[in-house]
Design a protein around this ligand. Sequence first.
Ligand code: FHN
Length: 590
Amino acid sequence: MNNFSKKTLASALLTMLVGASSSAQQVNNDALADYDQRKFGMFIHWGIYSVAGGEYQGKTIRGISEWLQHRLKIPVDDYAGLAKGFTASQYNAEDWAQLAKNAGMQYMVITAKHHDGFAMYDTKISDYNVVKQTPYAKDPMLALANAARRRDINFGFYYSQDQDWADPDARGNDWDYDADKRQPQRYVNAKALPQIDELLTGYGDLDLIWFDTPGLLSKQQASSLRDRVKQLQPQAVVNSRIGHGLGDFEQTGDNAIPLQVLANKKWEVPATINHSWGYKKDDNHWRKPKDLIAKLVDIVSKGGNYLLNIGPTGEGVVPEPSRKVLMDIGRWMKVNGQAIYATAACPFYYHNVNWRCTTKGNKLYLHLLRQTTDTFQLQGLNSQVKAARLLGVGKVSYQQSGQHLEIKLPKAGLYDHVDVIELTLAEQEVQVAANEHRTIRPDKIDLFAWSARFRGPEMLFDWQSNSVSNFVDITKAGFARQSANFESELWWYPYGSISGKYQVSITYACQGQDTAGTAEFHTKFANWTVDTAVNQSLACNSADQMQTVSFESPVDIELDHEQLVFRFKDFGKNLTSFKLYKVTLTKLKR
Ligand code: FHN
């Protein structure tokens, strides 16, 4: 099939998936199909916050570095001083684009203006920009856009349309400006719309515009931004953080992966390699290549795209650990990218975190995340397997009897990356037994520690024990207890797939006479307010073996609960040895 017909077929498939509501919003289906096929992108957070790296006048903020100004309530005039340190002396657009290419990334999104309101391009709308305020004194964006395009990497801009801490009429800065006097329409007319126009007219063909934190803008204001994009660059897709349901594709929360396959709409997970988006000097909690490859696989297998972030310094240096991780992912992608790009979501339900799958026509790719024996068993496959091979290695033997498939692997034990088995099927499409189909099981749901978003930077996942450890007693660490402090929490995202009254039980290990503390499980709405919370003291034992404890009270889960959260309400003596394997929700009969 040539490229055009491939694109048209993909576009037709996506139209079927996305359905009528999107066509009413005039989605460019070819562009959306192209975006869907690319799967893996590079996000770049670069601004004058990159100069501070999370430190300002001897204070280090906990949490994400690009929020420095907001956390410390730094007046705009003082914060602007950071621009003097923005030299970009090592910035090399070709090198950044090549890094993305080597990592197997096929699109790129960079912050043209983050919440601080500082434009990282040559805007004529305000002098608060990289050309006028920094010693670098140039526009870094065109070179990057062109470097990306030369490598067939799609290119787009991030634009914070609602928060702008340098504008009295925008949302966010209530330490310099009086929120009551704010006139958002004036800001939209005078800054947001004209800047969006500049970005859409000055940098060639853009593939996407990535809005963020919709906040207070009205539907009419958000529509005016979207209309501008569609008039000036009809092929550019827009993410759902434009607000009011006006996006071409859905944005999950940051680092938030849905529990199960979501194949009825296109979506993307923006994610960090450490825990900050902007460069942060003290954030050395770099995720390992295996963890990130597994996340990529998990996301793509559920129908999403993965937008993975780098945070260069004010000199334009990509921190070495993130560079290294990306190179490792790239090596994996060279062999296994065929099981990622242009694939469709897995048709199976996932009972555990040991494997994920993707499909492409008559190919079924089994991604082995956690394999402890030398055979892999798959239940519920109704298609006939014609051939099986381990990508990068070669043929593997298998036995199929009815709906049961057993594959013999060349080695046993835990691998340090993800191995992929490609099955060639007799049918043009994978057939799955109804009882193994991907719909979430409403009666009993395992929330595995691995599939959660880890909120605290210190938390560690261990593939061997399949559990998360290193929960921090934030009161001891000397941090005030606020949400911004990123205490040790696990967040799961059901995306409307769970509702009802559930018994909560947790499977964990900890060692000693005392407790690990009082665990809390709670539900949250999209605005992050806690709805229902239940708690339970967690006893430890000398054997340090996994045990399951049920909470005394059940929890009510509603369809619009965005997050399900595990955390410690208070901290016991044995917290340091605590390891969480999973939280199980069992539906109670009414
Ligand atoms: O507040 C921002 C944050 O700084 C970062 O840019 C992320 C990336 O998805 N978006 C916002 C929070 O969701």
